[in-house]
Write a protein that binds this ligand. Structure first.
Ligand SMILES: C[S@@+](CC[C@H](N)C(=O)[O-])C[C@H]1O[C@@H](n2cnc3c(N)ncnc32)[C@H](O)[C@@H]1O
Length: 243
C-alpha cells in the first residue's frame, strides 16, 4: 500500500518547520550538488515526481522550462506548492508516482528529489519514466543514501559519554521496507543498494551518466555546525539518459 504520510496533519506541521520547508532549496544540503547534476531546462518539458512544495518545479520554470508538471501523493503538499508557485506554466497534480499517466514522450526531463525511497518497487516506475521521456531525455533523482537507509534506526552509534562513535551500517544487502522514525512519526521507506539503483536504471533502458554522493558545501557545514555530515553520505544522486 502507498503511504501518504505528508497528509497527516501533525507530520505536515512538523515538516513545515524544517529549514528546507522555510527557506527552500538554499537550505538543502544536497541542493548545490543536485543543481550541478541537473540538465539545462531551457525550452524543456519537465516532470517532477514527488514535488512536495514545488521548489524544483519553480527552479525549472525560472530556468527556462517551457512546461512543468509536479505530482505528489499528498493533497496538502500540492496545496502548498500551488500557494508558493507564481508561474503560469507550472501545473500540479495530486497523484502517486506509481499511478501517474501521460502520453509516451511527453517530457524531456524527469526529476525527483527525495521521494523515490518511499516507492516500494522502482522497476515499473523507471520503466514508466523511460516511456514518458522523449528520446535523449534525462532522468535525474536524489534519494536517501543506501548507507543511510540500511538500518531502521537511521541514527549514529554513541559512546559511553554520549558522543558520536560512528554511523552503523547493517543488513545492507537485505533490501526492502524500513519503518523509521522521522519528525516524531513512524515513516515507511524502502532500502535498496547502490547497485540496485544502477541496475534498475539500466534495465529500464537508461544509460547512467552520473552518480553523486553529495556532502553539504563547506560554507553550510561551518555556518550550521554540520561537521558530522562529513562522516557519512546521506544522499545519493543519479542522472541517466534515455538511450
Ligand atoms: C521529502 S519530501 C520531498 C519534496 C520535494 N521533492 C523536495 O525535495 O522538496 C517527499 C515528498 O514525496 C511525496 N511522496 C511520497 N511518496 C509518494 C508517492 N508514492 N507518490 C507521490 N509522491 C510521494 C511526499 O508526499 C512528499 O511531498
Amino acid at each position: 500500500m502507498k503511504q501518504n504520510k505528508y497528509d497527516d496533519p501533525t507530520f505536515f506541521t512538523e515538516y513545515a518547520k524544517m529549514p528546507r520547508s522555510i527557506d527552500g532549496l538554499a537550505a538543502s544540503g544536497e541542493w548545490q550538488a543536485l543543481r550541478e547534476t541537473l540538465p539545462d531546462f531551457r525550452g524543456k518539458r519537465v516532470l517532477d515526481l514527488g514535488c512536495g512544495y514545488g521548489w524544483h518545479c519553480q527552479f525549472a520554470y525560472e530556468h527556462g522550462a517551457s512546461e512543468v508538471v509536479g505530482i505528489d501523493i499528498s493533497a496538502k503538499m500540492i496545496e502548498r506548492a500551488i500557494e508558493l508557485t507564481h508561474a503560469g506554466n507550472v501545473r500540479y497534480e495530486q497523484t502517486a508516482i506509481e499511478d501517474f499517466e501521460a502520453a509516451p514522450g511527453s517530457f524531456d526531463i524527469i526529476l525527483s528529489s527525495l521521494a523515490l525511497h518511499y516507492v516500494r518497487d522502482l522497476g515499473p516506475v523507471f520503466a514508466k519514466a523511460a516511456e514518458l521521456l522523449a528520446s535523449g531525455g534525462t532522468f535525474c533523482y536524489s534519494v536517501e543514501h543506501p548507507l543511510f537507509t540500511s538500518r531502521e534506526q537511521q541514527d549514529w552509534s554513541y559512546d559511553a559519554d554520549g558522543q558520536i562513535a560512528h554511523w552503523p551500517v547493517d543488513n545492507y544487502f537485505h533490501e526492502g521496507q524500513r519503518t523509521t522514525a522521522f519528525l516524531g512519526a513512524d515513516v515507511v521507506k524502502y532500502h535498496r543498494t547502490v547497485e540496485s539503483h544502477f541496475k534498475a536504471l539500466l534495465a529500464a533502458g537508461f544509460s547512467v551518466e552520473s552518480l553523486v554522493e553529495p556532502a553539504p558545501p563547506m560554507e553550510m557545514v561551518k555556518e550550521k555546525g554540520w561537521e558530522d555530515e562529513l562522516r557519512r553520505p546521506m544522499m545519493l544522486i543519479l542522472r541517466a539518459v534515455k538511450a
